[in-house]
Design a protein around this ligand. Structure first.
Ligand code: NAD
Length: 263
């Protein structure tokens, strides 16, 4: 299937690793001009070179912390006319509710929610002028099934879904779509490292920890394994494409069936 993404300008926040990296690579494979983002010049340069070589596409880079206003303004100034925005960057940290200070609640809101709100606000005028655009928030199944071990993370992911729906409403009748995509437990760099740490601390293999995780922590998973970043990227590439023109205001799951609901 040709996704008709050829030449489209796409920004994927936090795309030097994990799910964001898989999304950037997939969009580039489909011919989009992708702006790769990470916080250090070195990591961005490395991924830009790697993806350009691998895909033959035009791959651009922006090094900067896109949870900060100045960096968000700068990337849009440098690359006006962003047609596809994927708000991917995000943080997670298990912490008992009583130990989460105000500062962490603010940080999770600023990094996971406000970063995407701000970038959306900045790219929207050009999308409106072109009467075409795609904004995708990478939320999580944790938006629906709030994890008791990180309520602040769950809050931030539910908020992303609310923002995506509200923004979709605000651009009703245009060629701009806004959606959220909800991955389930995914073996990205962040989660992979976390599971490796748990495994080595308890003298178990990755596979043992994975099996236990799906038995005790996420027993509702229907695939009984971590998803791959590519599995999320496949859905995001479709939603980012002109083919998905009737998909808007939706929370789309790629969660391995973890959310125990058919819709
Ligand atoms: P990851 O930690 O593996 O990779 C995130 C990337 O973003 C890294 O390259 C990191 O350097 C970069 N990054 C982080 N903060 C940044 C910032 N402020 N500015 C620029 N770059 C930044 O993460 P991941 O697991 O791939 O998660 C990506 C998104 O998917 C997050 O929003 C996360 O909440 C969501 N998600 C992940 C899972 C999972 O199981 N991995 C499940 C559901 C949702």
């Amino acid at each position: 299937m040709d996704l008709n993404l050829n030449g489209k300008l796409a920004l994927v926040s936090g795309s030097t690793a994990g799910i964001g990296h898989a999304i950037a690579r997939t969009l580039a494979q489909e011919g989009a001009r992708v702006i790769v983002n990470g916080r250090s010049e070195a990591s961005v340069d490395e991924v830009v070179t790697q993806l350009a070589k691998e895909t033959g596409a035009t791959v651009l880079g922006f090094a900067g912390d896109l949870s900060q206003a100045a960096a968000a303004e700068e990337v849009v100034k440098r690359h006006p006319g962003i047609e596809i925005l994927v708000n991917n960057l995000g943080i997670f940290e298990p912490k008992p509710f009583e130990d989460i200070p105000d500062e962490d609640w603010r940080r999770f809101f600023e990094v996971n929610v406000l970063s995407g709100v701000r970038l959306s606000r900045l790219v929207l005028p050009a999308m409106k002028r072109a009467n075409w655009g795609r904004i995708i928030f990478i939320a999580s199944e944790s938006a629906v099934q709030i994890p008791p071990e990180m309520v602040h993370y769950g809050m931030s992911k539910t908020a992303q879904i609310a923002v995506a729906r509200g923004l979709a409403e605000s651009v009703a009748g245009t060629g701009i779509t806004v959606n959220s995509v909800l991955p389930g437990p995914t073996k990205s760099r962040g989660v992979g490292d976390f599971v490796e740490q748990l495994a080595s601390a308890s003298d178990k293999s990755f596979e043992q920890v994975e099996a236990e995780f799906f038995e005790h922590v996420r027993p509702t998973s229907l695939i009984k394994r971590f998803a791959t970043p590519q599995e999320t990227a496949n859905l995001v590439a479709y939603v980012a494409s002109p083919l998905a023109s009737a998909t808007t205001g939706a929370a789309l799951r790629v969660d391995g069936g973890v959310v125990k609901s058919a819709f």
